[in-house]
Design a protein around this ligand. Structure first.
Ligand code: PMP
Length: 346
């Protein structure tokens, strides 16, 4: 398998490349982390009590939640637990890179279902690609890099059509969409939902994610879970993020700001004359044309990082731009306009 190296170097600019929170986490969460003592750091982290707390927050039982080292670890342990030789991961593409990477570290194979040019969720094609070998179906909802969504009804039909498979609904961008299937946990026997604290919460560096699912499935994933993979700073941050009213208000403010900014940025793209795909997330996939490399380089020169996704399946010429605050996106629009007026735009 190839190594995977995301382009993380020199990111002191405006970061519109990784779909992170582009501003900061809540000051209340930062204060909780600063309060950690040396003694706190000497002890191995104990995830159990905070796991139970997170479960309660979601209206679930402690056995129905696992905290992970980011959703990436969650995907890793799902692949380890459920994929074996002869099994298949079923994947609508383009989608988040790590599903296929972790699956490739097992003896299973990946079956890809390509979305049409409109990048809508390939529901019918995915349904007809389910076979007895399908053991895991990974659906990012909203999807990255497209921003498209899969409806609750579609998820229900897929889960019922593949009772022998685990259906992972990755709600990494849940806050910017607002719809969830978390309430179906325990009701659908093969549904697992993932959430991350890397995006809206602004805690990507702490590596904190969550898996919710029926106990009958999660006890398999617990067997391959590293006992200390979620560190004490992340646990402390999680508790503050979910309980502190300032932290909750801050999250609501950030999400509302990004949604407003998204509306304005898409309108600006229309005005500039760039084609993009409808998005329910904090990013948008934009068709730049043959000069997508030059575009990304020109934006970087102006202090703005964007992500060239042209190597993703069906994504030739496409660049993904994270949506930050209105003020930040005004800078992005100005930079795109400057690039356009330089006459490089295809
Ligand atoms: N799922 C999706 C759909 C993502 O886009 C990302 C991050 N880029 C992740 C999961 C990974 O999240 P985390 O930082 O929690 O590992």
């Amino acid at each position: 398998m190839p190594e995977y190296h995301p382009p993380l170097g020199n990111r002191d600019s405006l970061r519109l490349d990784f779909n992170e929170n582009t501003l900061a986490c809540s000051p209340a969460v930062l204060a909780a982390i600063k309060n950690l003592s040396a003694a706190d750091l000497t002890r191995y982290p104990e995830r159990g009590p905070i796991e139970a707390f997170a479960a309660q927050h979601l209206g679930l039982q402690p056995e129905q939640v696992i905290l992970t080292n980011g959703v990436d670890e969650a995907i890793h342990i799902l692949c380890q637990a459920f994929l074996d030789r002869g099994d298949e991961l079923l994947l609508p593409v383009p989608t988040y890179t790590m599903y296929e990477i972790y699956a490739s570290a097992t003896d299973a194979t990946t079956r890809r279902v390509q979305a049409d040019a409109d990048f809508r969720f390939p529901f019918k094609a995915l349904l007809s690609a389910i076979t007895p070998k399908t053991k895991l179906i990974a659906i990012a909802n909203p999807n990255s890099p497209t921003g498209s969504v899969c409806t609750r009804e579609q998820i229900l039909v897929i889960a019922e059509a593949a009772p022998h498979a685990v259906v992972l609904v990755d709600e990494a961008y849940f806050h910017f969409y607002g719809q969830t299937v978390m309430d179906l946990i325990g009701k659908l026997p093969n549904l697992i939902v993932a959430r991350t604290f890397s995006k809206a919460y602004g805690l990507a560096s702490l590596r904190l994610g969550l898996l919710a699912g029926p106990e009958s499935l999660l006890h398999w994933t617990r067997r391959v879970l590293s006992p200390y993979s979620v560190n004490t700073a992340a646990l402390v941050a999680l508790k503050a993020a979910l309980t502190d009213s300032d932290a909750r208000n801050y999250l609501d403010w950030y999400v509302a700001e990004v949604k407003q900014s998204r509306t304005e940025f898409l309108a600006a793209l229309n005005e500039i004359g760039l084609k993009y795909w409808p998005t329910e997330a904090n990013f948008v996939l934009v068709n730049i044309g043959p000069t997508h490399n030059e575009f990304a380089a020109a934006m970087r020169k102006q202090g703005i990082l964007v992500r060239d996704r042209s190597a993703d399946p069906g994504c030739d010429s496409l660049v993904r731009i994270t949506i930050g605050t209105r003020e930040q996106m005004h800078l992005a629009v100005a930079a795109i306009q400057k690039w356009k007026s330089a006459g490089v735009l295809a």
